[in-house]
Design a protein around this ligand. Structure first.
Ligand SMILES: [Zn+2]
Length: 302
């Protein structure tokens, strides 16, 4: 591996990484999270592993606005990092270019071996205005121009032959009908009670996971499997094999997804991405679940 620059990506795909970097107590970690080592968590995501592995080989790494990237993990921190402020404006194209210029300098002047760089769009605009909105279409163009600027910058800095550019993305979107007469609402399912549940990840789009309390798996599964025609509930070992959920320690015993356009609602019918602060907590602790909808569904709300 020479120099690597994973660039723009989003948060949903990084939820696992939030756990990775939980060693410093900077981010919350679900209490059922998979203790694996002395820090209570283990890196499983490629870029995080690189951020850990490269410094141990004497190489320098950097993180520019990358979620979790500026947190020390297992005593290892990136060499250079920038963290955005709480009210950061993620839409500023001029700033994006300046950030790219900085990253280029990190490679050419600071000799970094790996930099992770993050842009918060078109995710934010898509959530705010909807995937089909003119605002989002314009933002996609802006991102496209920025990727062009990034590629040109790599060339301008004579890094083309030594720098691998890896572009990753967050998630797709589909428009959600908030007023549908058949919303998927757990709190309205007959015979279902959260009293049977040890831990739930619901209210975060079309995916969900549940850990039933000891001895209640069959009961909960029985109640949920035909509870709603738009909801598809699986025991993890029965989920389509291509997802490799069956033995995965991060997958809860019950996994579910809803049809495109339907959000899974838990204790109430909240809308995380249009909710004020309280609702977003759920988003923060939810992992990205690959599902049959992944790539063209996780949600947006009008
Ligand atoms: Zn998003």
């Amino acid at each position: 591996m020479d120099r690597h620059l994973p660039a723009p990506t989003g948060e949903a795909g990084l939820q696992g990484q939030r756990e990775l970097w939980a060693g410093e107590g900077r981010v919350s970690r679900p209490r059922w999270a998979w203790a694996q080592d002395e820090q209570g968590c283990q890196p499983r995501v490629l870029w995080a592993q690189c951020h850990l592995a490269l410094p141990r080989q004497g190489l320098k790494t950097g993180s520019f606005f990358y979620p979790g990237g500026n947190v020390t993990y297992q005593g290892t921190a990136v060499t250079l990092s920038r963290k955005e402020g709480i009210l950061h404006n993620y839409k500023d194209e001029k700033e994006w270019r300046a950030n790219i210029d900085t990253v280029m300098r990190w490679f050419t002047e600071e000799d970094l071996a790996l930099v992770t760089l993050y842009f918060g769009e078109p995710d934010s605009t898509g959530h705010r205005y909807g995937p089909e909105s003119p605002e989002r279409k314009e933002m996609v163009r802006q991102v496209d121009r920025t990727v062009g600027y990034l590629r040109d910058s790599i060339e301008r800095n004579s890094l083309t032959s030594s720098l691998d550019l890896i572009v990753t993305s967050d998630h797709g979107m589909t428009t959600v009908n908030k007023t549908a007469s058949d919303l998927v609402e757990f709190h309205k399912f007959p015979n279902f009670t959260f009293q049977d549940i040890e831990f739930e990840l619901l209210d975060y789009g079309p995916n969900g996971m549940l850990i039933p309390k000891e001895g209640r798996l069959e009961k909960v599964y029985g109640v949920l499997k035909d509870a709603h025609p738009r909801l598809h509930v699986y025991k993890k070992e029965q989920f389509p094999k291509s997802f490799h959920y069956a033995d995965h320690p991060r997958i809860a015993p019950l996994v579910m997804y809803s049809d495109p356009g339907y959000v899974i609602h838990g204790v109430s019918s909240c809308w995380v991405h249009h909710s004020p602060a309280g609702g977003s907590l759920r988003a923060r602790r939810a992992p990205c679940l690959a599902s049959p909808q992944c790539g063209h569904s996780p949600f947006s709300v009008h």
